[in-house]
Every structure is written in C-alpha cells, then in structure tokens.
Design a protein around this ligand. Structure first.
Ligand code: SF4
Length: 160
C-alpha cells in the first residue's frame, strides 16, 4: 500500500506577514507556491514560524544572535516535538520546505555576523532530529530555480 504523503511548509511561504521588519513581500515565491499547490493539491501542513512565535514582529537578526538568544533553541525544540507527534499519528512520508538563508529555517546557508556561510537554521536542526523525511530549501533570492526544484520533487513523490 502506498504511504500517505505530506508537504510541510515553512510558515512564511503562505504568510509573509511573519517575516522580520524590512523584508518586503516576495510575490514570486508567494505566487509560485500557490501555483504549485493549486496544480498538485498536496496534503499540507504549515509549520509555525519559530521567530514570530518567540519574538513577534522583530528586527532582522543573524544566526549568531539567535544562538545566543536565551530559550530560543528550546522553543524550536518544542515546536519540533509537536510536528513529530503529528507525524507519528499520521505516519505520512514528508517533504519539508525550508528557507535558504534563514537563521531558523534554512537547510543550506545562514546569515552570520561576517556575511553568509554554509549551515542550517536552528529550527531545521531541531526538526531534522525528530522528523524523518526529505528536506529542501526555497530561496527568496532565487525564486524560479528553487520553485522548479520543489515542484519537480513534489511531482515525483506524489506520483511514487
Ligand atoms: S523564521 Fe522561518 S517561517 Fe519565520 S519568517 Fe523566518 S524563514 Fe519564515
């Protein structure tokens, strides 16, 4: 029997209002994500935004600043626990979509004091410890290519 599938999205892909102050709405990502969803109708789950749920509307911060922020990693760990519980009950195979460059949700590069470096965001680090599945980034700086990759992977998983 085919295992059920779940597309798990970083919160701001569906609601950019939670992004830090100074970020404008990225319509290419927003519209692209909606297009993919309406084409394929995947079962989906929107992750909580770890930064907004901890700090509310906030200034832009680096990975190092979030690492030093008391209680933030524990907060991410608790959020990841909730997702783990949900997946235990649903038993679905999942594709998790992160956000390149985010100190919390990236799977590829993070913003540090000196610029950018390879690395994963704090929430994704915690989520990867608890959730078995596939993880892929969308990139606000490279919307078309990253949306195409996500759609290709999604199509394969839905057709599997
Ligand atoms: S913390 Fe994650 S969900 Fe929240 S705005 Fe940043 S990338 Fe989006």
């Amino acid at each position: 029997m085919r295992k059920s599938f779940l597309l798990i999205l970083s919160h701001c892909l569906l609601n950019q209002g939670v992004r830090a102050k100074g970020f404008t709405c990225n319509k290419k990502i927003q519209e692209g994500m909606h297009r993919i969803i309406s084409r394929h109708h995947p079962p989906l789950l929107q992750l909580p935004c770890p930064e907004f749920s901890f700090l509310g509307k906030r200034e832009k911060m680096t990975y190092d600043q979030y690492e030093k922020l008391a209680g933030f990693r524990e907060h991410c760990e608790k959020l990841a626990d909730g997702i783990q519980e949900y997946l235990k009950k649903s038993g679905a195979h999942c594709l998790v979509i992160g956000i390149a460059g985010s100190p919390s949700c990236s799977l590829s590069r993070i913003k540090v004091k000196e610029g950018k470096k390879k690395g994963k965001g704090i929430f994704m680090q915690e989520l990867e410890k608890k959730v078995k599945g596939e993880f892929l980034d969308l990139d606000y700086d490279n919307p078309e290519a990253s949306l195409a990759k996500v759609e290709e992977r999604l199509q394969k998983l839905l057709g599997a």
